[in-house]
Design a protein around this ligand. Structure first.
Ligand code: 13P
Length: 337
């Protein structure tokens, strides 16, 4: 493990005004996204869609890292340049999703544990040779009045730590993602309670495994009302609760924090990030690692049609730029028009 390499990568991913594009949808997930625009999901349509995003002129001003899926890290631009080489060269560092998905946790109803540790050391070695500078592993925590169980939180945190240590062995920065899902009717207070417990056990496991926190990026959910909650917290309440929770439960030496969007609209995800950075006085960069909140607009503008290629790029650049401003606390909702 070379801590200086890890730190340099992590810092570049969330450098001032930069954030991460999560473009690592698995084949079934990207098919679902393409279904919404009546576009067939083929190896070539997936490649072309991702190419549209990656070669957007100016994107590198706002994007410091791109998370890829196994298929995509092996694909190339139309001109033949492999995607990872192209992205790394522009400073949009190539990353790779390495988990094998959240699977039912035996004996615990409605709870999951993320799989993918078997063979991970060898897969990481191959991904490093393909140009991956960082990786992602997502743990999924369901919320209700009775779950998550302490055991579910522990099992997921243990796997995250095992994954993170293996990544660092290969000088690959682990994105550590314990996602407390927004699905449900729960209150923002319940989200804060569960997020606090999830973060505590994650950092305990990371510490016990000797993971260098200066060489990880934390990818948390925001502290937010459940998507079907009766009384939804306001944007400033979300910002205040999230900053309070992170300050209490995330060690200061973590290299950086990049949120997932988790089902928020694109505009909400940008506004929430901006309000947190306007609160300021934080020990880490607070940035974005959005999938849906960066891609919904370009996907819609593209519609799977070659003639909409530049409209898709324009829509992507706009969201990348507005989220970059939100990272700096310089966004305003007026900028949406
Ligand atoms: P969303 O921003 O769409 O939640 O996706 C981010 C991600 O990579 C989840 O693992």
């Amino acid at each position: 493990m070379n801590l200086e390499v890890l730190k340099a990568t992590a810092n570049a991913m969330v450098a001032s005004g930069k954030g991460i594009l999560a473009a690592d949808e698995s084949t079934p997930t990207i098919k679902k996204r393409f279904d919404t625009i009546n576009t067939e999901s083929t190896e070539e349509s997936r490649r072309r869609y991702r190419e549209m995003l990656f070669i957007t002129e100016g994107a590198a001003d706002f994007i410091g890292g791109v998370i890829l899926f196994d298929e995509t890290i092996r694909q190339s631009r139309t001109d033949g340049t492999p995607f990872p080489a192209y992205l790394n060269n522009l400073g949009m560092l190539a990353g790779i999703k390495v988990d094998a998905g959240a699977k039912a946790l035996a004996g615990f109803e409605d709870e999951t544990v993320t799989e993918g540790l078997d063979g991970l050391r060898d897969r990481l070695a191959e991904y490093a040779s393909l140009g991956a500078k960082f990786a992602k592993w997502r743990a999924v925590i369901n919320v209700s009045g009775t779950i998550p169980s302490a055991y579910c939180l522990k099992a997921n945190a243990h796997a995250l730590a095992r994954y993170a240590a293996l990544c660092q062995e290969h000088n690959i920065v682990p994105i550590v993602e314990p996602e407390v899902l927004m699905d449900g009717t729960h209150s923002i207070e319940r989200c804060e309670e569960v997020t606090s417990a999830a973060l505590d056990i994650v950092f305990q496991e990371l510490e016990e495994h000797g993971v260098a926190l200066e060489g990880i990026i934390l990818k948390p959910n925001m502290v937010i009302s459940g998507s079907d909650a009766q009384n939804r917290a306001t944007p400033s309440e979300v910002a205040e609760a999230t900053v309070r929770c992170l300050k209490k439960h995330v060690p200061e030496n973590v290299a950086g924090i990049a949120f997932l969007s988790g089902g928020q609209t694109s505009e909400e995800a940008t506004e929430h990030l901006d309000l947190m950075n306007k609160i300021g006085n934080l020990p880490w960069e607070l940035s974005f690692s959005y999938g849906r909140a960066l891609q919904a607009a370009p996907l819609n503008a593209w519609q799977g049609k070659e003639e909409n290629f530049s409209a898709g790029q324009e829509a992507f650049l706009k969201r990348a730029k507005l989220n970059s401003l939100a990272h700096l606390g310089q966004y305003h909702t007026d900028m949406e028009v």
